[in-house]
Design a protein around this ligand. Structure first.
Ligand code: SER
Length: 560
């Protein structure tokens, strides 16, 4: 199956897709929803948890995870005595520990596949704790693998995975290591964790993940992931820009590449959530690369497109203007921040948590940057206190956010339905004019007006706005029929439907079309409701166009 977006759909408990299983979470509960019993993917994964390790031998913000998955296994499926053979494995049958472990071993060691030297491989399994039982089954299976000599039991920290976010499937793992480096994690989802409780799952499943970059290190006998053909060219670009320290070179290569992938999936740098993470990656890179930033980032975009453009064509949609915006926006902040930190350094003051938090709150200085600047000036910073301040502030603002969501829930009056269909026309008209890089980033409809946010690195001109408005009204006047069809996401994508807030793969999605079915004008993933014919909409008037954050524009419009 194709990978999912880097921003998980329908899972507000996580900011990014951190693992291949993210898009399949609910198939472990309801295997019938899955498009197949067995799936493989190559999933770009975005992890901020390892950010302090980035630049060492094996950690990256963005990496590609190779995974195999299966859903809906029950013991009876296997039968009590019959043991699955590779012939069974070819059928559309769910599998479990035995098959997963044997397949992993075969793939790692067989000459047909990776052909790794068995002597360098070791495996670990879950030793259990007071609540969760020891994974004896996996231990027994590991012992049957020929040539595997080192098998070790480890605790929950090491050999138990999940859930992602606050709840979800999870279970004991078997990990394979090569010379001590973890290369493949097999997760046996046997439990569902929610409200502090592990419930056994009715259906069991497998979720595995192997880091592509780490496998390349082993196969090509390299020292670290930054030497692989997918990172080395980027590190070289950074080195040529004059950055001397090799860890700094790697951090910039990693961060800008990760930012490019996130932007390509529609995450614009901003002041909140995933967008804020992207902004921080760019800002940290700017602190390291100083005046060379813009030229360097342009080359890194080019380099990333050269490496990834054919496998991930959407990275080609990232252009420099978004990063350019960030650089411009950052300059005055940086100058102010440096001045403040310089004055602290001059007076020999160390940075307290409160000082760092004020810098963050009033000047948008993330802690990593304050740390970076403090490091350059050799002053201490109390990071622990910073996080305490940060947490207590978050509690306060979360209450605010919840209030906002409640107030923003859309009703579906007739007028709101008209606005809703108009929003589809507006998106298509914007895409007609500005290209397929334009995605909807949000909307808010009341009976009085609509607000429509979309990704776009610059303001629209008067003429462009007039053209968009005219196009929408033209489509309204044409009296186009509005239809709704259910299809799988893959079919919808093949037909060219637009929508960044996608459903999970495999599930049927609703696609609203506007226009005649053989060649609709607009096609969008959407839950509805909509008018039946565009004539019902009335006339659209664009009132205003303005910024709604970096790389996001907002149109306010009314219907008459
Ligand atoms: N979900 C597991 C991991 O991220 C295995 O894919 O390691």
């Amino acid at each position: 199956m194709p990978p999912s977006l880097l921003v998980p759909e329908n899972d507000p408990s996580v900011l990014f897709t951190t693992a291949g299983m993210q898009q399949f979470k609910r198939f472990y509960l309801k295997p019938d929803l899955a498009p197949a019993k067995k799936v493989i993917t190559i999933q770009p994964c975005f992890r901020t948890s390892d950010i302090d390790e980035v630049g060492d031998k094996s950690h990256l913000t963005l990496f590609e995870m190779l995974g195999n998955f299966t859903f809906g296994f029950t013991e009876s499926e296997r039968g009590s005595t019959r043991i699955a053979t590779r012939i069974d494995a070819d059928k559309n049958q769910p599998y479990f520990k035995k098959e997963a472990i044997e397949m992993a071993w075969e793939f790692l060691t067989d000459e047909k596949w990776l052909g790794l030297d068995k002597k360098n491989l070791s495996a670990t399994f879950f030793e259990g704790n007071g609540v969760l039982t020891r994974d004896d089954q996996s231990e027994e299976i590991l012992k049957t693998l020929t040539g595997l000599e080192k098998i070790e039991a480890q605790d929950q920290d090491e050999n138990f995975w999940g859930p992602t976010g606050l709840e979800g499937p999870c279970g004991p793992t078997v990990e394979f290591h090569y010379d001590g480096l973890e290369v493949w994690n097999l997760v046996f989802n046997e439990y569902y964790f929610a409200e502090n409780n592990y419930q056994p799952l009715e259906y069991k499943g497998v979720d595995t993940g192997a880091g592509l970059e780490r496998l390349l290190v082993i196969i090509n006998k390299l020292d670290d992931v930054y030497q692989t053909d997918i990172l080395n060219p980027l590190v070289n670009i950074v080195a040529q820009s004059g950055i001397k320290n090799s860890r700094d070179q790697r951090i910039v290569a990693d961060h800008i590449k990760a930012a490019i992938f996130a932007i390509a999936d529609g995450v614009m740098p901003s002041n909140k959530d995933a967008g804020y993470v992207v902004r921080r990656l760019i800002r940290r890179s700017m602190i390291i690369s100083g005046d060379a930033s813009l030229d360097l980032f342009a080359k890194l975009i080019q380099g990333t497109i050269e490496i990834y453009g054919s496998d991930y064509p959407h990275v080609k949609t990232v252009d420099l203007s978004i990063i350019n915006n960030e650089v411009n926006r950052w300059q005055p902040i940086k100058i102010k921040g440096e001045k403040i930190i310089d004055s602290w350094a001059a007076s020999g003051e160390n940075i307290t948590g409160k000082m760092a938090f004020d810098l963050y709150q009033s000047h948008g200085f993330p802690i990593e940057l304050t740390k970076e600047l403090a490091r350059q000036r050799q002053i201490e910073i109390n990071e622990e206190d910073f996080w305490k301040e940060f947490e207590s502030h978050k509690e306060i603002s979360r209450a605010g956010v919840e209030g906002k969501f409640k107030g923003g829930l859309a009703g579906h009056s007739e007028i709101e339905t008209r606005y809703h269909t108009a929003a589809h026309l507006l998106l298509q008209a914007l895409r007609d004019l500005l290209g397929e890089k334009i995605f909807q980033r949000g909307s808010n409809i009341t009976p009085e007006r609509m607000r429509f946010d979309f990704s776009c690195p610059r303001a629209l001109t008067e003429e462009e706005l007039a053209e968009v408005e005219a196009k929408v009204n033209e489509k309204i006047t044409e009296g186009l029929p509005v239809g709704c069809e259910e299809m799988t996401q893959a079919e919808a994508q093949k037909k060219g439907a637009v929508g960044i807030f996608k459903e999970r793969y495999g599930e049927k999605v609703k696609i609203y079309t506007i226009g005649h079915c053989d060649k609709p004008y607009s096609m969008e993933f959407c839950g509805g409701p909509h008018v039946e014919n565009t004539k019902e909409i009335g006339q659209l008037k664009i009132i205003k166009e303005q910024s709604a954050g970096a790389g996001i524009r907002r149109i306010r419009a009314v219907l008459k």
